[in-house]
Design a binder for this molecule. Structure first.
Ligand code: ATP
Ligand code: LTN
Length: 345
């Protein structure tokens, strides 16, 4: 895998730390897989990794409790099915570690309203949930900063849409360090070169999102294989009829997206895929993409079906994960408490 940020490539001296997570806010999409989870798998050998199911972030949008519980476990099973190895990486449920909420409160007092008001995700989600623009939605990036800083993460592998949140995390950490000394490691966002932004199949200038109201726009990792093929075959393209990769041309967004997906699933590049399909019609490209995606997902699904049935195994992993996560996080939290002036011992 090629990473854009060379500074955070693993060095032999000290194993660098990685933190990341996904919200159990819906069924995981191909975008989440390509932009995030797939890359984590490859990082496990070279870094000390912690990956969480971000259930506390999820309730910034109203959830059905039983569904949230079910989806949190499903997400964990999917992490493992995708190749996250609980023996190598810490795997836990965010709400099992109260240090996240505790540090988030403190960081709230070091984050400015103006910084949060600029966040694209806040603007998007407030527009989509106009009846529930709650304070949690506004301070979402502060909780995210707490997640990352508690583990002293050097790098945070995420999709492009999350880079703005990484920036705010860096700013807040820098501000805190400037006041109190070197308390937090300043993290770098880690983007993959291709696939950092998989687009909606129906509105290809927008990102593929699991909370899209139109299920035709996204491919769920849990979709029936026939449904996946159908969704790809009805993906919006353009009327030009030419297979070319033009990443800066919005009119070509649909085709660019198909080429990017194909490139990731076949370990190629969008340019190379475009060259392979030059002169052919969109139908041929779509069939090939559908096959590549289905074949990529098939083994993950087989593994997932086994894991999700074993509730005792899942419980064992998230219990051990929470113990390890709390151990690391509490060391940072204790330091922070001392620095801000709370009575500690
Ligand atoms: P929601 O729709 O509920 O906001 P989401 O589908 O955007 O959710 P998140 O849980 O917010 O998913 O994101 C999990 C990870 O997946 C993040 O690292 C995010 O950057 C990445 N990601 C999400 N969508 C895409 C996408 N379309 N392309 C690439 N990466 C993505
Ligand atoms: N906001 C992220 C999910 C998330 C996250 C994190 C990712 C919450 N906390 C910490 C990396 C590190 C998203 O993908 N929507």
């Amino acid at each position: 895998m090629e990473l854009e940020n060379k500074e955070v490539q693993a060095r032999p001296e000290r194993k660098k730390k990685i933190f990341s997570g996904v919200q159990p806010s819906g069924t995981i999409t191909l975008g989440n897989y390509i932009g995030a989870i797939r890359n984590w798998v490859k990082l496990q050998d070279d870094y000390d990794c912690a990956f969480a199911m971000m259930d506390m972030h999820t309730i910034t949008v109203r959830q059905t409790p039983a569904e949230l519980r079910r989806r949190t476990l499903e997400l964990m099973a999917l992490y493992i099915a995708c190749g996250i190895d609980p023996k190598k990486s810490i795997l836990f449920i965010q709400s099992h570690n109260s240090a996240h909420a505790e540090l988030a409160w403190i960081l709230n007092c070091y984050t400015y309203m103006g910084e949060l008001q600029r966040m694209t995700q806040f603007k998007d989600k407030s527009a989509r949930h106009a009846d529930n623009i709650n304070a949690g939605l506004f301070t979402y990036p502060v909780l995210m900063a707490a997640d990352i800083l508690l583990y002293q993460a050097d790098a945070v592998p995420v999709g492009k849409d999350q880079m703005q949140h990484i920036e705010i995390c860096r700013d807040v950490a820098g501000r805190f360090n400037a006041l109190y000394g070197n308390v937090f490691t300043i993290p770098e966002g880690l983007l993959v070169k291709s696939g950092a932004k998989i687009a909606s199949l129906q509105e290809p200038t927008k990102k593929m999102s699991k909370s899209d109201s139109n299920p035709k726009g996204y491919i769920s990792m849990m979709d029936d294989f026939g449904v996946i093929a159908k969704k790809i075959k009805s993906a919006v393209t353009d009327s030009e009829g030419v297979i070319e990769y033009r990443p800066d041309d919005d009119a070509k967004a649909g085709v660019n997206n198909l080429l990017s997906i194909m490139a990731v699933m076949t370990d190629s590049t969008p340019e190379r895929v475009a060259a392979d399909f030059a002169g052919q019609g969109y139908g041929a490209l779509k069939s090939a993409v559908a096959e590549a995606v289905v074949e990529g997902i098939r083994p993950i699904r087989a593994e997932y079906d086994k894991i999700i049935k074993d509730k005792a195994y899942l419980k064992d992993i998230y219990t051990t994960g929470a113990e390890r996560a709390c151990g690391i996080a509490n060391r940072t939290l204790k330091k922070v408490y001392k620095k801000v002036g709370f009575v500690t011992d």
